[in-house]
Design a binder for this molecule. Structure first.
Ligand code: AMP
Ligand code: MG
Length: 342
């Protein structure tokens, strides 16, 4: 008798849990696929597997569509056509590429060219994939720097055309295209009625809604030791994007050379180990993370003081961690490291 009575609370609990699950609209499904030179993950809450898979397919299709517009490696992409033709005359591009270029131009202007999508010729002479890696000569850096200048892109949004004012210029949208694709993929899922999801490309992500009624939680990698630095409870709709010096890098004579270039010096930056930015718009978060990476501490802090809507997690070259005060209640540190709340 006693035993039997003690089962009721469990049955009640189970029932409550089932009801909660039902009211939240289903189960969590996760899919992965290679895209944009990395791996994309789509996590959706859906009533069943078929709905989940169909939605994820739409999200992946959206990423592939954007890659086709913005990859410099794909023949016929807007970026390829710009790089091939814009020095000779105006090249017409899609409305979307035009909008991304407008956002890039505004950030280039605000950062005095620290963020600059014309960095590409410099990126090439600092190619970290070359083996053995050797830094280019100072003379080559100086010569190449002359090809990098965002003010020499003429963008005419009305005609959706792009023109270069100098021969030999090239652009790359690597600093913000992933963020843009994340945002479009989330929009595609929402258009299909998926309220609760995460879209992540290479660690950069946006969440929508919740995970069965609780906030989505995401982890940030430690830039050096391979473990997890901290986890963040994500508010619905927010994005987190990280720029780091650890993924695409080469080491030569004890110095680290990586893929983010300061167009003002013509060299890879030596500022932070990683910069994560939390914002509503994932493209904005992506672009700003790269920009802060170039700006470094001093100018970076000034930038952040002008943009209180942005939250950051910064790891400096000594491993020191700085986190926006407004994240205090939503961040859990995984290691016993001192944090400066900024
Ligand atoms: P992310 O990983 O988003 O920080 O973007 C880094 C990528 O942005 C690099 O791999 C380059 O494709 C590109 N990039 C490098 N330096 C700059 C820069 N100064 N301004 C804009 N894009 C850059
Ligand atoms: Mg970026």
């Amino acid at each position: 008798m006693n035993k039997r009575r003690s089962v009721y609370p469990y049955i009640a609990l189970l029932l409550a849990a089932t009801l909660m699950l039902a009211s939240c609209g289903g189960e969590v499904y996760r899919y992965s696929r290679p895209v944009m030179g990395t791996v994309a993950n789509v996590t959706v809450v859906a009533p069943d597997r078929d709905v989940a898979l169909q939605a994820a397919e739409a999200a992946f299709a959206e990423m592939a569509r954007i890659e086709k517009l913005m990859s410099p490696r794909l023949e016929g992409s807007d970026v390829s056509r710009i790089n091939r033709g814009a020095a000779a005359g105006p090249v017409q591009v899609s409305r979307e590429t035009c909008r991304v270029l407008e956002a890039a131009a505004a950030l280039a202007e605000e950062t005095g060219g620290a963020f600059d999508v014309t960095f590409v010729p410099l990126g090439r002479i600092w190619d970290y994939r070359r083996k053995p890696f050797a830094p280019p000569s100072d003379a080559l850096v100086v010569r190449t720097k002359m090809l990098v200048d965002y003010r020499k892109i003429v963008l005419e949004p009305r005609n959706r055309t792009v023109r270069f004012l100098r021969d030999g210029m090239e652009i790359g949208l690597g600093a913000l295209a992933k963020g843009y694709a994340v945002g479009r993929a989330v929009a595609a899922l929402r258009a299909l009625g998926i309220r609760d999801c995460i879209v992540e490309i290479g660690g950069d992500l946006q969440v929508s809604g919740t995970r069965l009624g609780r906030p989505w939680i995401t982890g940030l990698r430690h830039p050096r030791n391979g473990g997890i630095l901290l986890s963040i409870e994500m508010q619905p709709g927010m994005s987190v994007v990280t720029s780091g010096d650890y993924e695409r890098a080469a080491v030569s004579r004890g110095r680290r050379y990586h893929h983010i270039i300061d167009p003002r010096t013509g060299r890879p930056t030596e500022t932070f180990e990683s910069v994560s930015v939390i914002a509503g718009d994932p493209m904005r978060a992506d672009a700003v993370a790269t920009a802060l990476f170039v700006l470094g501490e001093g100018e970076g802090m000034q930038f952040l003081a002008r943009h209180r809507e942005l939250q950051v997690i910064l790891v400096d070259l000594q491993g020191g961690v700085r986190i926006s005060r407004s994240l205090r209640d939503r961040v859990t540190l995984f290691e016993n490291i001192p944090v400066r709340w900024i």
